[in-house]
Design a protein around this ligand. Sequence first.
Ligand code: MN
Length: 131
Amino acid sequence: MEKNGIKVLIVEDNAMNMMLLRDILSIQGYEIIEALTGAEGIRLVAEQSPDIVLMDLHLPGMDGITATRILKADERFRGIPVLAITASASSTDIEEILCRGFDGCVTKPIDMEILLGEVRRFTAGASKDSH
Ligand code: MN
């Protein structure tokens, strides 16, 4: 599919999950940037200005909650939506994640339609000509 001009940064240390997320999104035309750690994710947000970040919670070193807190504390990056990718499924867990500063949440195992719906919802303002 033609590139849609929307950059998605995936911060995920699990190779299978990374492959799945990359495949689902790249086939829809999204440009994918990959980070394996929270620190690398923060660096790539600064360097690449992604339109959205998908953030795994459990990462080596800094966890996804801390990395997101650092991003949201920086006014340059505050407006970039960050979706938590989490194995937690209960509504209480999801509420807790949202309260921790994420814009949204996608639970594992990843449902392709839910993932794409959330990414579209949070990148609706990002146009093809924005880069
Ligand atoms: Mn992980």
